[in-house]
Ligand binder design. Sequence first.
Ligand SMILES: [Zn+2]
Length: 258
Amino acid sequence: MKQFYNYLCCWLCVISLNAMAVSDHAVQDLSIAIKQIAPGVWSHTSYYLYPNGVKFPSNGLIVRNGETLTLVDTAWGEVKTQKLLNEIKKQINLPVSHAVVTHAHSDRAAGVDILEAQGIEVWAHPLTKKLTVEYGLPVPNHVFSELEKNNSQVAFNNLQVLFPGPGHAMDNLMVWIAEQKILFGGCAVRATSAKSVGNVKHGDAHSWLAVTENIIKQFPQATLVVPGHGDVGGIELLSHTQSLLHVHLNTHALNKRQ
Ligand SMILES: [Zn+2]
């Protein structure tokens, strides 16, 4: 049942993304793409193949902090997270010391046990810890008690971890890398290719709109914005997310009136 629930969470997380159809007989794609997007910052992308043959990409970050690395989000599965660590060793060759999980869905947290088994400290919002237990996902072993309130932030190595308030999920975190002016929005930021807000069943669309407007005001200097799924872009990803939320909320209000 738990596995089914995890599957459902994954599906709901990305249901409206433009999907890439593949063969019905295809097996899981274990490939991991690591791409340097700025000095000392790489994106990592893994893929999830649903039984109906639809494949979705999912992004996280790898950030250098001196002679160690901080991971933002696991790959989308345990085997893929081990593969991610192997690829980091091969391509970057620095140890991962810390990780941040940006909310309690399997595309962010499925590989937590793999990281913890290797002595990596895994940090998350207090609600993420609670929800991973509830959803039957691996549980992060450290929580940011400073991030209980909306619009809170905490320094974490050379990153700022933000809790802007509920959006795609009630516990969604973002990460700001001041030196490189990179914002990791996670699933609370939609890629240009996304045609809708996607899953808000575990979130709050009204709050998400306010969160997006605040983030636009707070980070006008962002040069790169990384969404949870799809291509990295600029600040326009935030206005795109804002437009999608307006459409979603207007449609929802219209449906209620009918
Ligand atoms: Zn999610």
